[in-house]
Design a protein around this ligand. Sequence first.
Ligand code: BGC
Length: 387
Amino acid sequence: MKKGLSILLAAAMTLSLAACGGSTETANTTAAGGDTTTAAADASEGADAGTATGEGKTIGVAMPTQSSERWINDGANIKEQLEAKGYKVELQYAEDDVQMQVSQIENLIASGVDCLVVASIDSTALVNTLASAKEKGIPVIAYDRLLMDTDAVSYYATFDNKGVGTAIAKYIEEKKDLKTAQANGESYTIEFFMGSPDDNNALFLYQGIMEVLQPYLDDGTLVCKTGRTSFEDTCILRWSQETAQQWCENYLSGFYADEKLDIACTAFDGFAYGVRSALEGAGYQVGVDWPLVTGQDAELMAVKNIISGHQTMSIYKDTRELAAKCVTMVQAVLEGAEPEINDTEQYNNGKLVVPSYLCTPVAVDTDNYMELIVDGGYYTKEELGVQ
Ligand code: BGC
């Protein structure tokens, strides 16, 4: 590991540890609570409506944290959809504490669960724990985040993580009309806030972003004043909102204070919230000089921020669909059913290429949130506070 990266990680870790106790405060935990019913209904349609096949079987579900709304929705959706199939569900959240997640999974194994669904915190930290699941004949499904360096994982349900990155970058390319800017020799300033280095998704996302934006960085159409464009320099441990805010504050108040920021390319709605606070603190105003701010997950707060102009876009990931795919994988390992797989190449975890289903991420902004999010039953107009 590069020295710069270790310093960065240490700093990020300190910040994220410091923020630990208060992390639930910054999260929006109210969203989509009312949508799980819809989710369960949708899922039943997608996976053998009405057949309760899981009687007598218990599924252990290990989720990373409740500090971001996304995982609360995921947990609720999986639980409802599995219960609709007759399974019992033990749902655990580890609040981004790696050791806590290890203990939780160990306890689930000891309690005799029939199958494990794991969205990891640190994707390489569960190798021994998962080996013991395998020894006991408990199949494991990787949920959203790939489980690395283990042969104990049977299937992987996720979104197209590189596709998330390209969708974010193409949005920037289109909205800022980078091709025209390039032809005219114009430029925009941009800063990057990328995901956690212990989350395999984060690197895929970064690669997707750079596949589109690198040429514009190379020819100066996009100017990154801090020079931080590599994954090592822009990754934020444990997806910490506080660290993203701190970085943005440092940019806006420090050496580059006189350079207006045109684009905050962030990989997560939580980062976009941090960036919003920093921008407000520095006096940026929506409709005047507010930059293009990207995000990921289409959390309720993010969609509200999109409507108010404090965030420009997010990536809509329908967690109901992901949960439904995961349920088919659980059924496959426990009942010999065939799960739908659409990728057998991309997700090599160091031990095997894990058969995967990649759901499609979609960019959402003011133009399409009504159709995608409201008509799609993800959030109601009331939840969003719109007519
Ligand atoms: C997920 C993203 C999420 C991020 C932070 C990633 O693994 O794929 O949807 O924004 O974790 O929670």
